[in-house]
Design a protein around this ligand. Structure first.
Ligand SMILES: NC(=O)c1ccc[n+]([C@@H]2O[C@H](COP(=O)([O-])OP(=O)(O)OC[C@H]3O[C@@H](n4cnc5c(N)ncnc54)[C@H](OP(=O)(O)O)[C@@H]3O)[C@@H](O)[C@H]2O)c1
Length: 318
C-alpha cells in the first residue's frame, strides 16, 4: 500500500491541474464564472463536505453541491456566494440511502451531460453515513444496514459511473472518494460502515489502474481521514481529531501536483497526524492495533450514550 503524506500548505493554485477552460469559450467577453470548471461535492450541507464547497469556491471553481435537504443546500449556496460572488453554485437534491435512485441519475445527468456550460473537472465523493449509537450488528434493522451500504458504496459508485464520461472529456480531472482509516483498522460496532470504507479503497484503486490502462488523464484518489470534528464526530478538536476546515485544507494541499509528482497516488492520508498514527498502527502487532481500535470504540460508544442520556434529562427539565 502506498500512502502520500501531506507536507505542503494549501496555496491558491493547489488544484491548478484541474482548473482549465477545456472546451469553454475564452473570448474576452466570457466572464470568469463562464470559463471556470465545475466541482461536484456530495454531502455538502455539513461537516467535511461543506468545507470542500467553500475551499473549492475559494480556488475559483464553480460548484455543484449535493444534499438531501433543499433548504440546507440553499443556505450553503447563500453562504458561498456571500464570500465568493464570482462563482456559480448549482444544487443537486437527492437522497443517498435509496436504491434505485432515479433523482440522482436524472438530476446528475442533466447537469454534467446535458448542460454544455457545466465542464466538470473535479468530483469529491464525500458523503458517508453511519448507524447512530454504535449498535451491535444484530440490533440493527435491515433498513439501517442497507442505508449505510447504499450511501457509502452504491451512491459513490453511481456518482463515479455517471460522472466519468464528463471527467474524461474534461481531463485532466479528479475523482476523489473519502474513505476512513477504519478501513484498515475496523472498529467494533461499526461493521457495515467499516466494510463500505474498505469498498471505497478497493473501488478507487481499481479505477486508478483502469485510468492508467485506458490512458485517461483522470486522477482517482481515495482520501483517508481519521477522526475529524463534524456531524459524525461531535467533539472538541484535538491534534488527532482536527476541525473539518483543517482536514480539508490538508486534503487540498495533498492533491497539489508538482514537477516530481504530477499525479496523486491512489490512496492519500492528507492530515499528517492521521498519517503518523496510521504508520504506527501498521507497524504495530495486530493484537496492539486491535486493542486500540476496541478501546476507542468502547469509549466513543460510552460517550455517545452518556451524551444522549444528558440530552433526554435536559429535555424533560425544559
Ligand atoms: N468525521 C469523521 O470523524 C470521519 C472519520 C473518517 C471518515 N469520515 C468520512 O468523511 C466523510 C464526511 O463525513 P463527515 O464527518 O463530514 O460527516 P457528516 O458531518 O455527518 O456529514 C454531513 C453531510 O452528510 C449528509 N448526511 C448525513 N446523513 C445522511 C443520510 N442518512 N442520508 C443522506 N445524507 C446524509 C448530511 O446531510 P444533512 O445536512 O441533510 O443531514 C451532510 O450533507 C464521510 O465519507 C465519512 O465516512 C469522517
Amino acid at each position: 500500500m502506498r500512502y502520500q503524506k501531506s507536507s505542503a500548505e494549501p496555496s491558491q493554485n493547489s488544484l491548478h491541474r484541474y482548473y482549465h477552460a477545456n472546451g469553454a469559450s475564452t473570448s474576452s467577453t466570457t466572464s470568469k464564472k463562464d470559463k471556470a470548471p465545475y466541482a461536484l461535492v456530495t454531502g455538502s450541507t455539513g461537516g467535511i463536505g461543506e468545507e470542500w464547497v467553500h475551499q473549492l469556491a475559494a480556488l475559483g471553481f464553480n460548484v455543484i453541491a449535493q444534499g438531501r435537504n433543499e433548504s440546507k443546500l440553499q443556505l450553503v449556496r447563500s453562504a458561498v456566494l456571500a464570500r465568493y460572488p464570482a462563482v456559480d453554485v448549482r444544487l443537486l437534491v437527492t437522497e443517498a440511502t435509496i436504491w434505485p435512485n432515479e433523482p440522482l441519475v436524472t438530476g446528475l445527468t442533466a447537469l454534467v451531460e446535458d448542460d454544455p456550460s457545466v465542464r466538470l473537472t473535479i468530483v469529491i465523493n464525500n458523503l458517508g453515513t453511519v448507524s447512530t449509537g454504535f449498535p451491535m450488528l444484530e440490533e440493527e434493522s435491515s433498513e439501517s444496514v442497507a442505508a449505510v451500504i447504499t450511501s457509502n458504496a452504491i451512491f459513490p459508485a453511481e456518482i463515479a459511473r455517471i460522472c466519468l464520461p464528463a471527467l474524461k472529456r474534461h481531463q485532466p480531472s479528479l475523482l476523489c472518494t473519502v474513505t476512513s482509516l477504519g478501513a484498515w483498522n475496523p472498529p467494533p460496532y461499526l461493521s457495515p460502515y467499516a466494510g463500505t470504507k474498505g469498498f471505497d479503497v478497493a473501488f478507487s484503486r481499481s479505477l486508478w489502474n483502469e485510468m492508467a490502462i485506458e490512458r485517461q488523464d483522470v486522477d482517482v484518489v481515495c482520501l483517508a481521514p481519521g477522526q475529524v470534528v463534524s456531524g459524525m464526530h461531535k467533539y472538541p478538536p484535538t491534534l488527532m481529531a482536527p476541525l473539518a476546515s483543517v482536514w480539508t485544507e490538508s486534503a487540498v494541499a495533498a492533491l497539489r501536483s508538482t514537477w516530481w509528482r504530477p499525479r496523486p497516488p491512489p490512496v492519500v492520508i492528507p492530515y499528517r497526524w492521521h498519517y503518523w498514527g496510521q504508520m504506527l498502527g501498521q507497524w504495530s502487532p495486530s493484537w496492539l492495533s486491535d486493542t486500540v481500535a476496541r478501546k476507542i470504540a468502547v469509549q466513543l460508544k460510552a460517550d455517545y450514550w452518556e451524551q444522549a442520556e444528558r440530552e433526554t434529562v435536559d429535555k424533560k427539565l425544559l
